[in-house]
Design a protein around this ligand. Sequence first.
Ligand code: MRU
Length: 350
Amino acid sequence: MTMKTIEWIGGVDGQLNLLDQTKLPTETIILECKTPEDVFAAIRRLSVRGAPAIGVSAAYGVLLGVKNAAHQTRSEFDADLTKVCQYLAESRPTAVNLFWALDRMQFTAQSQSGLDPQAMGEVLLETAREIEREDRAMCEAIGKHGAELIPAGAGVLTHCNTGALATAGAGTAFAVLLEAHRQGKKIHVYADETRPLLQGARLTAWELLQNGIPGTLICDSMAAWVMKEGKIQAVVTGADRIAANGDSANKIGTYSVALLAKAHNIPFYIAAPSSTFDLSLPTGDSIPIEERSAEEVICGFGKQTAPSEISVYSPAFDVTPAELIAGLITEKGVIQPVTTENIAKVLQSI
Ligand code: MRU
């Protein structure tokens, strides 16, 4: 990618530049975020989206909330830090990477209670940069582990967008596809368009072209038939939150794809970094599912496609039960079979 999805410009008093994903693929516009409110709005309206990218952006967003703190006492600084973290935590509910990154920023401050606010700003900037660097490294490792699961010549179906636009690196599921392609496996990617906000059509199709990966766009309703025709040998998607037993929340429609894969005897994998696991939830039943506005379904991107008076229900995510998942591809290795014990074992390994 020539343009960076997320870029912190300057030092502690800098700004966060985000590639506005609501404008892709037709326009490449950089949003300049100078306040936590700018970052909150960018996350809420999906200008920056994808679980890891939301976490990295929120970490920098925290910095925007405390950057003018040189004249403050340490306790005033700590109170502002807590306030900005609580505020950003309200931007979207499902991707746990958001809360993971905010907790990490707060933990850093708590563990450096002797520093003055100015020094603390520098430490928090370094923590945000570290979260970004770690995400990049996790993407690379996920790609390597996952590519081993993809047979040469395979057709691989993916859902939503999980590439460089959704992370600070090469992606999660997309990194697997990219690495398999780079290894010369001659894969062909089928990208679901991913209604209602078309992350597959607008973003994954764009990233496939940018990376020269052979790919074909299909409507969500075509997946069963394409599988039946024998075009798909594996499915790989990302996740927004994975419970301790492996139940995985991802973009709405993922659960249907997993059921279809099961019906056609095709392995269904989820690729995600350890920051996407929420071991405090025993199962996926308690994962909070974001509901989005009727307007995004009735009038997506300004084009009315349904009567404006019709009632709409729009959950943005669904939960795929662990038993439908052939393996969880993490930066620490592939968790297979997907059980509570195996998840704990692999995540605790160094
Ligand atoms: O609503 P979005 O676009 O933020 O949803 C994104 C997804 O569901 C992705 O599949 C998930 O975050 C994994 S991204 C590496």
